[in-house]
Design a protein around this ligand. Structure first.
Ligand code: ADP
Ligand code: MG
Length: 219
């Protein structure tokens, strides 16, 4: 299942009038491919991820996933797309405070109807979360919470993972280790990955690297 974004334009209204952030973005992410998205702060990387995830609409241009245009979806189909086709990993972990680690981990997989206890067990071991399964998010460190958030996304085996500086608020050593794990587990899951990162060391480990500059993708 590949993602094709074609000639995407997106503006935001500001006090000074509309500002066009994306000015004809073309981006392809192939099935199981991993792509690093870099670009200066404010260049529109998060905006682009939100459009890919169906969280927002472009002004013009098309987002196609597995041959289907998001713009043709009803609200219900769009919600299903978000639930079953994409996994989001953001800087804020967005764990559910009232659920323990096991329940947080399986939450999206159950919603997507793809809960697989054996796969969740593998993720739990690889992410080193076994000692914390009964804990609640507030009882975990930032690095541990991020590993749960990554496990939760991977547990659902989404065709496409959208990760927006997922380790941006962890220290560098912890962040790198968590990202290394996410990369190899995404490969195991067969998920394509579009990852916003500032680390060129990390970007080099992905299949491809693209840069967002001046509202367009420059390779
Ligand atoms: P990046 O993730 O590359 O740092 P963003 O996509 O977050 O960039 O933002 C791109 C630009 O759009 C920034 O100038 C930001 O201030 C602006 N922007 C983002 N979201 C909104 C919004 N909802 N309303 C108005 N301006 C926004
Ligand atoms: Mg951003």
């Amino acid at each position: 299942m590949s993602l094709i974004m074609s000639n995407i334009h997106k503006s935001y209204a500001t006090a000074e009038g509309a500002v066009e952030i994306l000015r004809g973005v073309n981006l392809f992410v192939g099935e199981s491919e991993s792509v690093a998205l870099t670009g200066e702060s404010g260049s529109g990387k998060s905006t682009l991820l939100h459009l890919a995830g169906g969280l927002d609409h472009p002004d013009s241009g098309s987002v196609m996933m597995a041959g289907q245009a998001l713009s043709g979806f009803s609200e219900r189909e769009r919600a299903k797309y978000r639930r079953t086709k994409v996994g989001l990993v953001f800087q804020q972990f967005n764990l559910i405070p009232s659920l323990n680690v096991v329940a947080n981990m399986s939450f999206h997989a159950r919603l997507a109807d793809r809960y697989d206890p054996a796969w969740q067990q593998i993720l739990t071991e690889r992410l080193g979360l076994e000692p914390y399964l009964a804990r609640y998010p507030e009882q975990l460190s930032g690095g541990q919470q991020q590993r749960v958030a990554i496990g939760r996304t991977l547990a659902a085996r989404p065709p496409l993972i959208l990760a927006d500086e997922p380790t941006g608020n962890l220290d560098e050593a912890t962040g790198d280790a968590v990202l290394d794990l996410m990369l190899s587990l995404a490969r195991n899951a067969g998920s394509a990955l579009l990852l916003v990162t500032h680390s060129s060391r990390l970007a080099d480990r992905l299949d491809r690297k693209v840069v967002l500059r001046g509202g367009r993708i420059v390779e």
